[in-house]
Ligand binder design. Structure first.
Ligand code: NAD
Ligand code: ZN
Length: 244
């Protein structure tokens, strides 16, 4: 079944110049990055939802920074996997290819994806809470608390926390791509974090063929044209190979 489904997606992609791929934490799981919704995502018994919020940072920036420092230390030595690399391969074969990721680990860029739209930001960039200037930073461990070089303000990870909204210009660009897409592939996301959870539906309404790839079924599986159950690191290379 999986092989036939992969063939179907490969054919759809091969005949379509406009392809959008959305990735979530599942694509980085085989690189060793913990996903949020599993016990491996826990840190000192805190859940991500308790730490990745503006309220948590306001109340206890040291605690939030210690958690990010732990995650940055965990992710820094990790390498992109066959799934990330297959998307680089696919990008070379498709005329108009947009990669949108919810991941903040930066692994798509390390793999060589040209211009992934990191809708939730990246843990490798910091932003001043006072003057909004941003700074690339890969220090592990990081000096807690990090301060802005320009104004001395407190720096935070330049990521989108629970309860915060996404950059509007970036979001409208993404919606434009989704509406024009002929094929959309959704990889390794549980489909519960908005607005990304609605992207597949937007593409489908716009007429795209939408396929989901996940290790298990998700609440959204039945909404799409195809749902492939499998590991991103195994299915994506097979898919990329079959797209001529
Ligand atoms: P999630 O943790 O909610 O869901 C991960 C999904 O991936 C699950 O549905 C799971 O079944 C699937 N999965 C796990 N391993 C897989 C594999 N090898 N192949 C295919 N599918 C696999 O993640 P989410 O939906 O991305 O939402 C969580 C939010 O947390 C996002 O906003 C994201 O920014 C953030 N987050 C990012 C990272 C990262 O940067 N790597 C890690 C954890 C969470
Ligand atoms: Zn500043």
């Amino acid at each position: 079944m999986t092989s036939r489904a992969i063939e179907l997606v490969a054919k759809a992609i091969a005949g379509s110049p406009k392809v959008v791929v959305l990735t979530g934490a599942g694509i980085s799981q085989e690189s060793g990055v913990p996903t949020f919704r599993g016990n491996d995502g826990l840190w000192k018994n805190f859940r991500a939802e308790e730490l990745a919020t503006p309220q948590a940072f306001e109340k206890d920036p040291v605690l939030v920074w210690k958690w990010y420092d732990w995650r940055r230390g965990l992710i820094k030595p990790l390498k992109p996997n066959a799934g990330h690399r297959a998307l680089v391969d696919l990008e070379r074969k498709v005329e108009d290819f947009t990669l949108v990721t919810q991941n903040v680990d930066g692994l798509h860029k390390v793999a060589g994806s040209r211009n992934p739209v990191e809708i939730h930001g990246t843990i490798w960039r910091l932003r001043c809470v006072e003057c909004s200037q941003t700074f690339e930073n890969r220090d592990v461990p990081i000096k807690i608390l990090p301060k802005c070089e320009s104004c001395g303000g407190l720096l935070r990870p330049d990521v989108v926390w629970f309860g915060e909204s996404l950059d509007e210009r970036m979001l409208s660009k993404v919606y434009g791509c989704l509406q024009r897409a002929q094929v959309m592939l959704i990889v390794g996301t549980s489909g519960v974090v908005q607005p990304a959870a609605s992207f597949g539906i937007v593409a489908k309404r716009g007429g795209a063929f939408v396929a989901e790839l996940n290790r298990s079924r998700t609440p959204q599986s039945s909404l799409f044209d195809l749902s492939i159950q499998g590991k991103a690191g195994e299915v994506l290379p097979e898919l990329a190979r079959r797209v001529k």
